[in-house]
Design a protein around this ligand. Structure first.
Ligand code: ATP
Length: 355
């Protein structure tokens, strides 16, 4: 049975490093929850606290209504999948998966049935008797998943599970892991520094920096309404234009910037006149050489063009500010480096974030 997981003011330090710093979060039963952040921000430590490998120095961890701070890992019914698979290479697929069932003292028939259904879940039934060291990386990661799933964990913990795989296989595994979650409805934590993993699979995600949770939200909330410049640049690509607020009213603002006055209609921070801000504008919101009316138009010079088939990227500079624009479905005509263009930006796409 899946459980809800609640962290209240959880802290864990190593010497002087606060790896997890006063984190409070409620993860619902059956939620697919992501921890996203740069290397060293505390993601793995967080996961190990939930697994029981580390005890918090302060704060409380609950599974449903039970405080589990002092419950050892093997009594928490958590499954774990690591980046490096952590399988026994000379044992067969079935032997690797069977281990957790033997510990739980299930009889042979029951063990065999559960191995079959775990292998079905990861589409590896035909590999049951193969030695693990004869499998590809992607196949080994499926077996690691099956081994974690076979014990029917209350919480499944995944630590960068697909980062060793090539791009095509990663995409396939993203789809499969999401399907496994949808089918089993296990509460799942997934640690990654890859925003595509998080954006494509998460119910909700927490963005971490230096042990602190900066923002929690659905992928859409975090991408469209980042809390600060760090989140805006970590989740998706963005441009920043610095400026000073001239005027604000009802969710809109006029901001004085080196590229001219910018009008924003996406103001969700408390900004007063004179506040320094970074205006976050996603590359897809810069419409190069647009003839239609937009609330903002800036003059820019193209410095480079990258044609990538499905999209075309423009590197631009406007009043010494470097910018990137992305144009979807490029046609046969293109712009050239050196061209001066008018760039249209909708007011809704300009997000002023406190500096
Ligand atoms: P990565 O993506 O590189 O795995 P992470 O976000 O998972 O990083 P953690 O491994 O949780 O980060 O580490 C958080 C901080 O705590 C880092 O500064 C790290 O050096 C430190 N740290 C983690 N484990 C230990 C340990 N066992 N002893 C001392 N310091 C540690």
């Amino acid at each position: 049975m899946a459980v809800s997981v609640q962290l209240t003011h959880v802290t864990k330090a190593f010497d002087t490093t606060l790896a997890v710093n006063d984190v409070s979060l409620n993860i619902e039963k059956g939620e697919f929850f992501f921890l996203l952040g740069p290397s060293g921000c505390g993601k793995s430590t967080f996961l190990r606290i939930v697994a029981g490998f580390y005890k918090p120095d302060a704060g409380e961890l609950r599974f449903d209504d039970t405080v589990v701070n002092d419950v050892p890992p093997h009594q928490r019914n958590t499954g774990m999948v690591f980046q490096n698979y952590a399988l026994w290479p000379h044992m067969s697929v079935a032997e690797n998966i069977e281990y957790g069932l033997t510990l739980r003292k299930l009889d042979k028939l029951e063990r065999s049935e559960k191995i079959t259904s775990a292998l079905e879940m990861v589409q590896m039934v035909d590999y049951r008797d193969r030695a693990v060291n004869t499998l590809s990386g992607g196949q080994q990661q499926r077996i690691a998943l099956a081994r974690a799933l076979v014990i029917e964990p209350s919480v499944l913990l995944l630590d960068e599970p697909i980062s060793n795989l090539d791009a095509a296989l990663r995409q396939q595994m993203r789809d499969e892991i999401k399907q496994i979650h949808d089918r089993t409805n296990i509460t799942m934590f997934y640690v990654t520094h890859d925003q595509v993993d998080a954006l494509s699979m998460a119910d909700r995600m927490a963005i971490m920096q230096d042990g602190v949770v900066i923002q929690v939200g659905t992928p859409r909330e975090v991408y469209q309404f980042p809390k600060n410049a760090f989140v805006a640049s970590f989740v998706g690509e963005t441009n920043f234009i610095s400026g000073k607020v001239q005027q604000t009213s009802n969710g809109s603002a006029a901001i004085e910037t080196p590229v001219g006055m910018l009008h924003s209609e996406t103001v969700y921070h408390d900004l007063s006149e004179g506040t320094s801000v970074q205006c976050s504008i996603r590359p897809e919101a810069l419409i190069v050489d647009d003839s239609t009316h937009a609330e903002n138009t800036i003059t820019a010079k193209i410095t480079a063009v990258n044609y990538l088939g499905r999209i075309e990227e423009y590197q631009l500079v406007a009043a010494d500010v470097p910018l990137k624009a992305v144009h979807y479905n490029p046609g046969t005509e293109t712009k050239k480096p050196g061209d001066t263009v008018q760039v249209a930006i909708a007011a809704a796409a300009i997000i002023p974030l406190p500096d």
